[in-house]
Structure formats: C-alpha cells, structure tokens
Design a protein around this ligand. Structure first.
Ligand code: NA7
Length: 759
C-alpha cells in the first residue's frame, strides 16, 4: 500500500488549486506549504517566553514560514521545530535571522493527526531517536498509521544519522511498542515540552472580546441621530491637512454636524506650512492624495510625478471648494485646549481667540510632523540676519540670491532645500550632524498619457497600494537578499536605484529591514553611489552614513550630491567641528565663525506627540495627555488613548504613516474612526474609551515590531524621539507597516471592538 502523507494545509491547497487553477494558479502555487523539521542547539536554554518572542520575528512573515510547534528538551539544550514553509531554504533563512546558524533543516512527515491546532498551554511530549536505517520517514509513518490510525500525531524526520520522532507523551509508549515489534530499537528517548509558539492575536484575551461582536446595544432601537447632541456639535476636527479634510468629508458624509479648526490661514497642513524652496512630496503624488471621489481623480491634472508644494496646496484649496467643505472650516483658529466633560460625555474645545465649542467626538488630525523643532544652540536669538525654520517659511519668501546662506539639518527637508538653492545662494554652508542615504527621486513631468493610464487603472492602483507593505505602488521583492548571488543582487540594486521614488527602499529585497546583512549590502551600494557622484573624496567620506538604510525615512534627491561639487557649496561636518553657539554674524563652530546673511533651520519636528502636546488636552478626571505621554506615547492602535474617551487620533504616534504612504494610511485611519463612531451611535451609546489593557498590548506590540527590524539598531532619529531634547527614547512609529496596521484595525472592528469600553 502506498501512503501519501499530506498535511491538511497541503490537501486544502491542492483542492483549491484544482478549483481555480485557471485564474489564480500562480498565487496558489506560491502558497503551497510543506512540512519541515529543524534540529537546533540553542546557545542558551530558551524558556517559553523566549520561544514566543522569537516567533514574533517579522522574518517568518517575510519568508512565508509558519512555525507551528517547538519541542524543547527538558534540559533546554535541544529544540526541534515544526514548520509549514514553501521550501527548506525559507526555513533556513528564518533560522539565520533568529541567530540559529547551525540548525539542521529537513523535510518532515506528519503521521496521524496532521492538524496543528492552537495549543493554549505547553504540554509534555517525547522525542524518540531511531537509527537512520529504521526506514524512510514515509515508511515509518505508514507503519504507525496502520497501528494507531488518526488517534496520535508523530512528526518524523531524518536528521543526519538519526530518525527523530516526536510523539504526544500519552502515546509515546504505544508508538515505541509498535516500532519495537517491527524490530526497530530506540537509541534514546527524551522528555520534552511541546510549545505552540504562535502569538495569540492581539486583544483576543481581553474580557468580552468575543461576546461583543453580536452584543445587543444598551439602548437598542435608540440610535443617536445626527445633530442630536443636545445643542453641541457631533464632532470637531483639529487640523486641515490630509487627515483633517478626510475626516471632515467622511463625517459630514455620515450626516454629522462637524466643525474643523485650523491654525493656519489655508488648507493643506504640512503643504500649507512647508513652503521652503524645493518642497515636494516623496510618494507618487496620485497615490498620496484623496481617493474618496472618482470625479476628483478625473478632474485634477497632476503636472509632475512628485508634485511640488505649491501644486499640492492648490489642490487642497480646490478640494475644499469642490466638496463645499469651506463653510465647515475655521482658519487662523489654533485650538489651545480640549477638555473632556466627564458628566456630559463630551469635549469642550477652546481656540486661541476665545471661541468655545462642545462636541461629542474629537478628531485630532494634528499631524505627526507639524510641531517645528528649533535647535537649542546658545545665542539662537542673537543672529542678526534672517533666520527661519523650514516649516514656518514666510509666504513672502526669503531673499537668497547671492547671499551667504547656512542650512542646519540634512534630513529630507534639508536635502530638498540644499539641492534647490545651491547656485542661487552666493555661498551655501551645509551644517550636517548625521549624513543620510538619499536615493534619486527621478521626478518627471506627467503628460496626458500618464493621467489617462492613472484614471483607467485607478481601482487597481488603490488595490496595489492597499496590498503593499507601506501603502505605495512599490512593494518588497518577495525574495531574501541572501538567496541570490552577489551579481544578481547588484543588478537588482542597480535596477531599483534607477527607478523612481522609494523603489530602492520599499521595493528592495523582502528582508532589507529585517536582516542586517542584507541591509548592509544595500547600504554599501548607496555608499558607492555617493562616492561616484561626489568629486572630492574627503567630502564624499563625510556624506556617507554608517547606520542601516531605512532607519530614517529615506530622502529622495534631485541633484543633492552633485551640489557638493560646486565651489560655492561647503559641507560643515558637525561631528568634527560642532556648533558652539549662534552669534550675531553667523554660526560659531569649534573651528571658526562662519558669517551668514540667512540661517535656515531644517531641523525637523517634535514628531508624533509634539502637536498634541502643545494643546492642553485633558481626559477623564482632568488628566493631562502631556503628563500621560511624558515617558513615551501610549495608544490603542495609534488611534485612541485610554482615559481620553471619544478622542480619535489620525496619523498619531504608533501609527504606520511614518514609514508608509501617509495619504493611504490616513484614509485607512479615517475609515476606521468613522466606522467606530457609527458603531457607537448605532448601538445607542455616547462614549467610547480604550481600555488600559488594550492600550498596553498595542504599545508593547509597537515596541516588539520595531525590535524585529533594523530600526532598533539606530535610535538617533525622530522615529525614537531622539531629536527633541527631554523626550524619552521610545519608538514613536509602528514598524509593522501599513498593511499590518490595517489588518489589526480591521480585526478589532470586525470582532466588535474588543479593547474598547462603551457606555
Ligand atoms: P528630520 O528628518 O528630523 O531631519 C532633521 C535634520 O536636522 C537632521 O539632519 C538632524 O540631524 C538635523 N538636526 C536637528 N537638530 C539639530 C541640531 N541641533 N544641530 C544640527 N543638526 C540638527 O526632519 P525633516 O524635516 O528633514 O524631515 C522630516 C520628515 O518630513 C521626513 O522624514 C519626511 O517624511 C518628510 P540628526 O540626524 O538628528 O543628527
């Protein structure tokens, strides 16, 4: 009799494959899974928590490996692991990422019960060691199947000169007897612990999570009607950027009575404020903007692939008029305080000019990069020339032609300013603290054919962005950078470097952000490109970063490196000659005083938490949000904060937007918020708050997600709050990516909002 041992997963896939071979054969085939077993000798005995920590490593997802079980010997010296994976190489790559370079990976056969269902508690099992000539895994499995049917599970694999067999503890003696009666003598047997390493889905253990899905409303049949908030607004939105306008449009569409307050004199958020020379978007613009109206896509003719600030600001003005939003907006109205009224269950909003308003819901669309961060050099105010932060660039502009100009900061903003004003300024001094990897933006004009293609493919473009890791038209190449030859890798890097936008970063090998070795190959390629572009080797040396690529958002350049070949552009390396103080005539470094007419601060933002920290936000019991976040942001999904009911954040800290296409993430945030508000209202409740447990779980997950990537190797960036003095060094962004963030958000909504308390 011939036994064919297929795991249930493979059987399922085979069935599906037959059914839909014509349409999706490629997709299904890529997902076919086989069983593998790895024998690992861990450097130190891991415990259950350590095994679960390893299982959260993002490399499993990238290589499409499911780690089903870990069988840990009682003395902790040996681990046998069972995987579903496309091939043994994928398992080896995962083990290499996890630090198990000596692991031996072999195909495995599952005999008996092949269903690796969830195992809540670890349990005892036994590892039987047989001589390698005991028969093939398939033959052993057939023998056991005949004797025991499906009432047991044995995982069998030929590992070197041994055949290893893992059996449930209860069945181990019976299995050993079966083997013995077939003349197969055990060499050894060991007691082990069987662990299911797969982390439970987030929030699944929170009280009431399961029951909430179909929970009857407290006031069934008494859904709260729009505008029925007792003389107050249904919602207030703070901020008129992408986030605020998306939220305003969406909530108005639900029939709510909404008002938006904006501190600036016009719409656009960062596109209103960042008028500095060379400001342009780093996402392909047509994928970055609003998607709520097909008419808008048809009507607006983008002129460039990566549009400049002025064009985007015009677009915003068009949108608010086109959709009649202006009458719901108050410009030049900075919100200074928002207090939650415990008794009434609403927010009171106060603006700088004394206007007070109440609203049931408050949407803080205040932006992640909107609170400008000035450097804290002594003498900053003594400078006698013109000085400004890039995010507060005057509408009237700043005269630069022929003048001596200094730029402090070489992040995405500094790069754009420097490459744009080089040649216009008489002498340009670039004060660089940390060099950064820039990749060519490859911007180009868009023509009618481009626009026609976008309009035709609009649905598919949105789908592609939604399905990608970061919400871009780019997505990671689904191959490990270690699985290819050096020549192939180089060719791929070259192709990506020649492509527009973030192709080199977010279209790179799948493990670029996970595997330091792959990252180093890519980083080294860019270092070489810098050397090629900069004439003076000493200047090139100082422009070359040594941190991993992608640990800061990658600036897209248009002539940045070439600018340093000009005789009138001077690089001042602050690691060699730090700034000592700002003096009336310019900047004094440890070497010299550099006289300047204009000093531009491209020094970034108090990111993530900064904008809200500048408003007096008080939740239940008058608790202050600034106090709560003093030791680091705590959020639920980056969308809510426990103790601050009915407050929603768009693109807040712990959100995916910092690493993603902000436009796509923002619309996902807004959709979730709108759906949540709708759910509360339809249920007849008036208050919703994240529980402390849910908030803790998400906040820990955010830290874990970053630790599974190369981000944790370079924490000197706004991703970790490092650029703002006094801020705790905690990760402020969600490193799991936009797709993963959406998955968690959707899971919460679909499960009836576990982790949220309704009243
Ligand atoms: P970033 O990325 O935070 O860059 C700020 C730059 O300013 C960066 O090079 C900093 O150096 C530098 N900086 C900050 N403070 C100082 C002081 N005190 N002295 C010298 N240099 C300083 O902000 P951007 O505005 O460029 O970009 C923000 C995001 O906007 C970007 O990620 C894109 O998404 C768009 P450091 O690296 O801290 O040594």
């Amino acid at each position: 009799m011939i036994h064919i041992h297929l795991s249930t997963a493979v059987r399922g896939v085979a069935r599906k494959l037959r059914k839909c071979r014509s349409e999706f054969a490629g997709f299904i085939l890529r997902n076919a899974m086989n069983d593998f077993m790895a024998l690992i000798t861990p450097p130190a005995p891991p415990d259950v928590d350590e095994v679960r920590r390893l299982a959260r490593h993002g490399c499993l997802d990238i290589h499409r490996v499911s780690w089903l079980r870990c069988y840990l010997s009682r003395d902790g010296t040996r681990m046998l692991c069972w995987y579903h994976a496309p091939d043994a190489e994928s398992v080896r790559l995962v083990l290499r990422h996890q630090g198990f370079t000596d692991a031996v990976v072999r195909a495995a056969v599952v005999s008996g019960d092949a269903d690796p269902g969830a195992l809540a508690e670890s349990r005892d099992c036994r590892v039987l060691e047989l001589p390698a000539d005991s028969g093939t895994s398939a033959a052993l499995s057939a023998r056991l199947d005949d004797a025991h049917g499906g009432r047991y599970r044995a995982l069998i694999s030929q590992q070197g000169d041994l055949a290893l067999l893992v059996v449930d503890h209860d069945r181990a003696d019976a299995v050993a007897d079966t083997l013995g009666s077939a003349g197969i003598a055990l060499i050894d047997e060991q007691n082990a612990v069987e662990i299911d390493p797969r982390p439970a889905s987030l929030f699944s253990t929170l009280p009431g999570a399961a029951s909430r899905a179909g929970r009857p409303s407290r006031r069934a049949g008494q859904a709260v009607a729009p505008g029925d908030a007792g003389g107050m607004l249904d919602a207030v939105v703070i901020g008129a950027g992408l986030s605020g306008i998306s939220a305003l449009h969406r909530l108005l569409g639900m029939g709510l009575v909404v008002r938006l307050y904006e501190s600036g004199s016009g719409a656009g958020g960062v596109w209103h404020w960042n008028r500095y020379p060379g400001a342009r978007v780093d996402s392909e613009v047509y994928t970055y903007v609003f998607s709520f109206s097909d008419d808008l896509v048809r009507e607006w003719d983008w002129q460039e692939l990566f549009a400049p600030q002025a064009e985007i600001a015009r677009y915003f003005e068009h949108v608010i008029d086109r959709f009649d939003l202006r009458r719901h907006m108050r410009f030049d109205s900075p919100v200074v305080a928002v207090h939650f009224d415990d008794g009434g269950g609403f927010w009171t909003i106060e603006t700088a000019d004394g206007e007070r308003m109440s609203a049931r819901y408050l949407v803080a669309a205040t932006g992640a990069l909107t609170a400008p961060q000035m450097p804290d050099y002594p003498g900053l105010d003594t400078f006698s020339g013109v000085s400004c932060h890039t995010a507060r660039w005057p509408c009237s502009g700043v005269a630069l032609a022929g003048r001596r100009v200094g730029v402090i900061g070489t992040g995405a903003t500094g790069v754009q300013v420097i490459q744009t004003i080089a040649g216009e300024a008489g002498e340009l001094y670039v004060f660089q603290r940390t060099p950064t990897y820039c990749v060519p933006q490859r911007n180009r004009p868009m023509d009618d054919a481009d626009r026609e293609r976008i309009r035709r493919d609009w649905g598919r473009i949105l789908d592609a962005c939604r399905d990608s890791w970061g919400g871009f038209v780019h997505d990671f190449h689904p191959v490990s950078g270690l699985a290819v030859s050096a020549a192939d890798r180089r060719a791929k890097f070259e192709e990506l470097w020649r492509s527009p936008g973030f192709a080199f970063w977010l279209g790179n090998y799948a493990d670029l952000m996970m595997n330091p070795e792959v990252n180093e190959y890519a980083s080294d390629f860019l270092r070489e490109k810098i050397r090629e572009q900069v004439d003076d080797p000493d200047v090139a040396r100082r422009l070359i970063p040594d941190h991993p690529l992608g640990t800061k958002r990658v600036p897209l350049e248009n002539g940045y490196y070439e600018a340093f070949n000009r005789p009138d552009v001077h690089l001042v390396d602050l690691r060699e000659t730090p700034i000592e103080r700002i003096v009336p005539e310019g900047v004094r470094t440890s070497r010299e005083t550099i006289p300047l007419d204009v000093l531009i601060h491209a020094t970034g933002f108090d990111a993530g938490t900064g904008a809200l920290a500048r408003i007096d936000v008080r939740g239940t019991g008058g608790a202050s949000l600034a106090d709560k976040w003093r030791h680091g942001a705590q959020t639920f999904l980056g969308l809510m904060v426990s103790g601050f009911p009915n407050l929603f954040l768009v693109n807040g800290p712990h959100n995916a937007a910092a690493l993603s296409n902000a436009g796509r993430s923002i619309e996902q945030n807004v959709t979730w918020i709108a759906r949540c508000i709708e759910h509360v209202r339809e249920s007849g409740f008036t208050r919703i708050d994240a529980s402390a447990e849910a908030e803790k779980e998400w906040t820990e997950h955010v830290v874990d997600a970053a630790n599974g990537t190369v981000l944790a190797q370079m924490t000197d960036s706004w991703f970790y709050g490092a650029n703002t003095s006094g801020k705790p060094r905690r990760v402020t962004i969600y490193a799991g990516g936009a797709r993963e963030h959406r998955r968690h958000c959707d899971a919460v909504a679909n499960a009836g909002y576990p982790g949220l308390d309704f009243s």
